[in-house]
Write a protein that binds this ligand. Structure first.
Ligand code: AMP
Ligand code: ZN
Length: 136
């Protein structure tokens, strides 16, 4: 299924030109317009799924297998020192385009990309509540 107004549906299916670094029957991998680092790319399924919860398991497996393959290729082509695989679900998690995508962010020593978070301490209260929630 494609969503008529979805920009990532159009990009994935070639209706809007993009800087494509890889394509197969199910996915297109394009360079992000506003990269965190040199080579930041997005894996876009050619079918529309708003987020990971809408995506069937067979697609998930293919998407993450492709993330690994593209990561290895990035290490080789871009000579990066590592890479992040990031996949946002929901506005609270930073998702701005509601068509599933995986960010592949090549990392270079001291690149200053700042993909990090402030570390807090796991409180006994939170730990107890969370563990109880998962055991229920
Ligand atoms: P997210 O915040 O996870 O939804 O990520 C959306 C990403 O899509 C951002 O990193 C944007 O820079 C990128 N983006 C938005 N529009 C385009 C576009 N037309 N071509 C390439 N990347 C885009
Ligand atoms: Zn879409």
């Amino acid at each position: 299924m494609k969503e008529e107004k979805c920009i990532f549906c159009k990009l994935a299916n070639g209706e809007i030109p993009s800087a494509t670094i890889y394509e197969n029957e199910d996915f297109r991998v394009i360079l992000d317009l506003n990269p965190a680092t040199k080579g930041h790319a997005l894996i876009l399924p050619k079918e529309h799924f708003a987020n990971i919860f809408e995506m069937p398991e067979e697609w998930e497996m293919k998407a993450f297998a492709l993330a690994k393959k593209m990561g290895a290729k990035m290490m080789e082509v871009l000579k990066c020192d590592g890479f992040n695989v990031i996949q946002n679900n929901g506005a609270a998690a930073g998702q701005t385009v509601f068509h599933f995508h995986i960010h592949l962010i090549p990392r270079y020593e001291n690149d200053g990309a700042g993909i990090t978070w402030v570390q807090k301490t796991l409180s006994e209260e939170d730990k107890k509540e969370i563990l109880e929630g998962f055991r229920a």
